[in-house]
Design a protein. Structure first.
Length: 176
């Protein structure tokens, strides 16, 4: 077993757990905050857009079962990579998309994956998702963890109401 980590910011972290949680080889998906200057920030502090942090997920995975490149492909299909101001309903710095790389190999794969998506013509606008070195990651409060399991009705309404579900279906097809 070769345990690795991937960290992705894709807007509301509630919506970023389930897409990865369902794959064999993914050991855990933790909602949290990364990229900023405040140590151990709270949800309220991050949402104030004063900490420099973004809502993100940290994925622990076995790269003998699921590759980093496969995780990148999942990531691109659950965000709007052309939105520089946040994601869907959620606006501001704390909701901007980013790939936080944990190694030079991940940096290279992320850059190649972004270039391939841009070249694919799937989107009319430029791909603006940041690719940055991994920063300290601070787990979010417990009530945010595995939100899709704890609050399935609200999670589904939010995914649809925020515009995320419709965007994914339009650009990638029906996920079911």
């Amino acid at each position: 077993m070769a345990t690795q980590y991937a960290t992705f910011a894709g807007g509301c972290f509630w919506c970023m757990v389930k897409p990865f949680d369902l794959y064999e080889g993914v050991h855990s998906v933790t909602s949290g905050y990364t990229g900023g200057h405040k140590v151990n920030p709270t949800y309220e502090e991050v949402c104030s857009n004063t900490t420099g942090h973004r809502e993100a997920v940290k994925i622990e995975f076995d790269d003998d079962i699921i590759s980093y490149n496969e995780l990148l492909n999942i990531f691109w299909q659950v965000i709007d990579p052309t939105d520089a101001g946040g994601q869907f309903y959620d606006r501001g710095e704390s909701y901007k998309s980013a790939i936080y790389t944990h190694s030079p190999e991940q940096q290279k794969e992320a850059e190649e994956s972004k270039a391939e998506l841009q070249a694919s013509g799937k989107f009319d606008l430029p791909i603006v998702t940041d690719i940055l070195p991994a920063h300290p990651f601070y787990p979010a409060e417990e009530y945010h963890q595995q939100y899709y399991e704890k609050n399935p009705g609200h999670y589904e309404r939010y995914t649809v109401g925020s515009g995320r579900a419709g965007f994914i279906e339009k650009h990638w097809g029906d996920p079911s």
